[in-house]
Design a protein around this ligand. Structure first.
Ligand code: ARG
Length: 266
């Protein structure tokens, strides 16, 4: 008796699973009006959660505005799938998302797994230290210091390449907290996000070293070989670079929390 129920349960479960599988397939094929876009919304000013600034659902930021424009340009809707940064490339490879916009730097390693659009933003790594710090003036000065990076970010790769020891945190906010608590001396992270942290947290400053840190380009990633989506995205990026849309969006976020740096505008 028990055995029969077990078997029946297994059969029912399998049928349910197969049905879900097919349902998944067909609904994906049917709805080519929607792009499912992966991001990690813990990277202001590019993507963050905010009811106040909301652009798509509760997501805001330069990337969210850019992808919204690109979607509109192609008659698509966007569904944002917020996940850990480290999961984004996996999600693309598993076809759980159609694209990724996440302040993601184009690297040769990543290019082996996904295809990148034309770049839409240029960034670099910088160092965040406490305002009264006087010993870190160049990247070399980090050698004997306690360094924090964010796991899987290009900042981690950069510090690794310099050959220094570091601790990797899951989130930028954790690394910044560590710095504020005096548990580490320096956080290495992308420039615009560093500016945002310094704006939002008292007592921090940025140290740059353009010789140690090369410039990086952010691009949208798509599934490897997905020429159709890539061509659409590239055409829109080209258009929005030329007509100033991307500059306008970036400028809006760069100044949005500055107190009165815009007073001269007419
Ligand atoms: N530009 C860096 C990279 O590609 C950091 C990007 C982090 N983005 C994010 N949405 N958390 O690794």
């Amino acid at each position: 008796m028990m055995k029969f129920f077990k078997k029946a349960a297994v059969v029912t479960l399998s049928v349910a699973m197969v049905t879900t599988l097919f349902a998944g397939c067909s609904s994906k094929k049917k709805d080519d009006k929607t792009w499912v876009i992966g991001t990690n919304a813990e990277f202001a000013p590019f993507e963050y959660v905010s009811k106040k600034d909301a652009v798509i659902n509760d997501y805001a930021g330069i990337d969210i505005e850019i992808i919204k424009k690109i979607a509109e340009d192609n008659g698509k809707k966007i569904k944002i799938n917020n996940m850990e940064f480290d999961s984004l490339i996996v999600a693309l490879k598993n076809k759980q998302v159609d694209g990724v916009i996440a302040g993601m730097t184009v690297t040769d390693e990543r290019k082996e797994e996904v295809d990148f659009s034309e770049p839409y933003y240029v960034a670099k790594q910088v160092m965040i230290v406490k305002e009264d710090n006087t010993d870190i003036k160049t990247a070399k000065d980090m050698e004997k210091k306690t360094i924090a990076v964010i796991q899987g970010f290009t900042g981690e790769v950069a510090v690794k390449e310099l050959g220094y020891k570091y601790e990797a945190f899951k989130k930028g906010t954790e690394a910044i907290q560590e710095l504020k608590n005096g548990k580490c001396d320096v956080v290495v992270i992308d420039s615009a996000t560093a500016n945002q942290y310094v704006k939002d947290n008292k007592g921090l400053k940025i140290v740059e070293d353009d010789e140690a840190f090369a410039s990086e380009e952010y691009a949208i990633a798509v599934q490897k070989g997905d020429k159709k989506t890539l061509e659409k995205i590239n055409a829109s990026i080209k258009k929005f670079k030329e007509d100033g849309t991307i500059d306008t969006i970036s400028a809006k976020y760069a100044s949005s929390s500055d107190s009165d740096s815009d007073t001269e505008e007419k």
